[in-house]
Design a protein around this ligand. Sequence first.
Ligand SMILES: NC(=O)c1ccc[n+]([C@@H]2O[C@H](COP(=O)([O-])OP(=O)(O)OC[C@H]3O[C@@H](n4cnc5c(N)ncnc54)[C@H](O)[C@@H]3O)[C@@H](O)[C@H]2O)c1
Length: 258
Amino acid sequence: MADFAGKRGLVLGVANKRSIAWAIAKRLADGGAQLAFTYQGERIEAGVRELCGTVDSPLVTVCDVRSDDDIERVVAEAGEIFGGELDLLVHSVAFAAAEDLEGRFTDTPRDRFWMALDVSAYSLVAAARAAEPLMEAAGGGSILTMTYLGGERAVPHYNVMGVAKAALDSSVQYLAWDLGAKNIRVNAVSAGPVRTLAARSIAGFPTMEAIVEERAPLRRHISADDVGAAAAYLLSDDARNVTGTTLYVDSGYHAMGM
Ligand SMILES: NC(=O)c1ccc[n+]([C@@H]2O[C@H](COP(=O)([O-])OP(=O)(O)OC[C@H]3O[C@@H](n4cnc5c(N)ncnc54)[C@H](O)[C@@H]3O)[C@@H](O)[C@H]2O)c1
């Protein structure tokens, strides 16, 4: 298991124990990392605080990623706790209106199109920019986000979230170029379907699962812990020369033509 002793991280996107962000956080904490967390709002605060208590988190704070002020405050709070330095940033956040994950992509209204891209893609750019000085002070850092194949190919029902993932995937590459000069790496894990809160709002989710079982080379589902293991690799020093890339944890589904 990767060694994260002495590493300090900030994790965005834990909603509950099923969240992919939580599977990643557990793995990092098991390896010895100290982790600060953000949660989206009051509705999930108590549950997130309880979970984060189990890994002795020194900071659990609210953050709506649509707000640059929130993102900057949160990173500053993490900087105070961690002596002005940060090694790891986990971005595991996405949102699209449920009605836009049901019907036709063609019918996505302008305001909800931008909302999906704001929350699901721009937030990585804003968080990376805020974290940059702390990671530079640490001598480098590693940033990880979560993506899905629906950003590269049309996946029925994924709709505007696919367009947001395409923007996210491209942002990973541009951020990798900009921040690489400061030894800051930026990567993504592309996960197959995992039953989480966010997944429940995708109308065709059970169909996506059934198709993976039938057509993925390994013919089985992945778990959030599988994503945690891949994320831990990309975040660790073992991946010191890996940046701007996407690691697929999807039982091989992405390799298939039909
Ligand atoms: N579950 C899957 O099948 C799957 C597959 C591939 C990629 N992903 C991606 O993994 C990431 C995590 O999703 P998950 O499946 O763990 O679901 P989840 O619901 O547990 O996590 C999504 C998180 O986004 C947060 N969020 C949404 N809007 C926000 C806002 N305005 N400000 C701050 N936080 C906000 C939610 O609070 C939640 O913590 C997402 O990027 C998702 O697209 C999920």
